[in-house]
Ligand binder design. Structure first.
Ligand code: ATP
Ligand code: MG
Length: 424
């Protein structure tokens, strides 16, 4: 029996969880302030949802889905991304009848059958936002601005924002044709995937990572040259708002996204630190998705950010983010006082302090070491005499200073000390 975790999955140990929690809290907080509410949708959906939603020409649907049949013979798929499920919920829960815009965020794990690389896993997490009900470029600017605020709060810099517009279905038709004309003489030299893309969705040709196809894409026509007046105006406004918000961007006319549902604005935050493709976060407008899934016409814009890649970026930029909580107090005890130490620790924990005590039956010396290793701020040795006199000595580990304190006043003393410390 193979007792290793499945390929492409990772165990997250407490040190990393602490860092993730810090990121999660900060993300939840920034979404909260921008007026977004959290949504959680099922881990698996009917396969059809992703085929229709993400698009059958996308890499995700063609190669990366974890699809299985359940015992009732239904074809189900572990979610490879968040937008399709959120859009399904939006329709099913009648959220179109809520006052617009409906602003949602999520933090969910995703599953894709991919080749393992740095920053590329088979189970990974995404933070995302989706705004439903606004066609206006202000909405595009707001979600990008939210991301910019988040990065700023995390202390991240130098993450490049690439921006493009891939137009609406109307202006895309002319572009599609131009692409096909361009690729036609090269058809035989395309990789087998691209030969399929040529028929199914020529736009995808621009996204191929094979060397030869990639080179061809460099010379291909760009959608920006084919935008209709309305899409051009929309794009100009998005750029103008970003300028106003002080968000720097680079126009990348070759940027297309890996999912088929995008329209108009597409964007990506990229960094050289996070693996071959360098994408930390991708997003854009998807005005056609809700209708595609059977809802009424509903414009929408959103993004998804890879949490593991965010962690890699933070580390590459040398930003320490979140640590395991250090105890406010370590209570050392003897066999005769162990029960009282446990009880005192529990009482203080219930009052809101982080307190640890020995649960190993160790010697006092070993307990002192443990307190030090855990980075406790104070230590209290609870012996028979301390119990009898109902008072002990609170020692501050940073400078070794001690003060006597009645056992009933440990909590208020810790609180005072905490306030002094916060002040320093
Ligand atoms: P890539 O070009 O790297 O394959 P993608 O275009 O497939 O990315 P999206 O589907 O837009 O990515 O997902 C948004 C974000 O999710 C990416 O920018 C990335 O940070 C993260 N992500 C995507 N796939 C993975 C994966 N297999 N492992 C870890 N993170 C991922
Ligand atoms: Mg991908």
């Amino acid at each position: 029996m193979d007792l290793k975790a499945p390929r492409g999955t990772r165990d997250v140990l407490p040190e990393e969880t602490a860092r993730r929690q810090a990121l999660e809290r900060a993300f939840a907080d920034v979404c909260d302030r921008y007026g977004y509410g959290e949504i959680r949708v099922p881990t698996f959906e009917h396969t059809e949802l992703f085929v229709r939603g993400v698009g059958d020409a996308s890499d995700i649907v063609r190669k990366e889905m974890y699809t299985f049949e359940d015992k009732g013979g239904r074809s189900l798929t572990l979610r490879p991304e968040g937008t399709a499920g959120v859009a399904r919920a939006f329709i099913e829960q009648g959220m179109a009848s809520r006052p617009a815009p409906v602003k949602l965020w999520y933090n969910m794990n995703m599953f894709r059958y991919e080749k393992m690389q740095k920053g590329r896993y088979r189970e990974f997490w995404q933070f995302g936002c989706e705004v439903f009900g606004s066609e206006a470029p202000e909405a595009d600017a707001e979600v990008i601005g939210l991301l910019d605020s988040y990065f700023l709060e995390l202390g991240l810099s130098r993450i490049r924002l690439e921006l493009n517009s891939i137009g609406c279905p109307r202006c895309r038709e002319a572009f599609r044709q131009a692409l096909k004309d361009y690729y036609k003489p090269h058809f035989a030299s395309l990789c087998s995937d691209c030969q399929v893309r040529y028929e199914l969705n020529p736009l995808r040709l621009l996204d191929c990572k094979e060397d030869h196809c990639h080179q061809l894409a460099e010379e291909a026509p760009v959608q920006l040259d084919f935008l209709c007046p309305a899409c051009l105006e929309h794009f100009d406004k998005v750029k103008g708002y970003l300028d106003k918000l002080g968000v720097a961007y680079t126009i990348n006319p070759r940027l297309v996204r890996g999912l088929d549902y995008y329209t108009r604005t597409v964007f990506e935050f990229v960094s050289p630190h996070v693996g071959t493709q360098g994408s930390i976060c991708g997003g854009g407008r998807y005005d056609g998705l809700i209708a595609e899934l059977g809802g009424d016409d509903m414009p929408a814009v959103g993004f998804a950010m890879g949490v593991e890649r965010l962690l890699i970026e933070l580390e590459a930029q040398g930003i320490p983010a979140g640590q395991l909580k250090e105890p406010d107090l370590y209570i050392a005890s003897f066999p005769s006082t162990a029960a009282d130490a446990l009880a005192l620790a529990q009482q203080l924990i219930r009052e809101g302090f982080a307190v640890e005590t020995d649960i190993m039956g160790r010697s006092i010396r070993a307990q002192m070491k443990a307190a030090d290793r855990r980075g406790a701020r104070f230590i209290l040795v609870l012996g028979d005499r301390e119990l009898a006199e109902a008072k002990g000595r609170l020692r501050r580990l940073s400078d070794g200073s001690e003060s006597e304190v009645p056992l009933t006043a440990v909590s208020s003393r810790l609180k005072q000390e905490g306030e002094v410390l916060d002040h320093e």
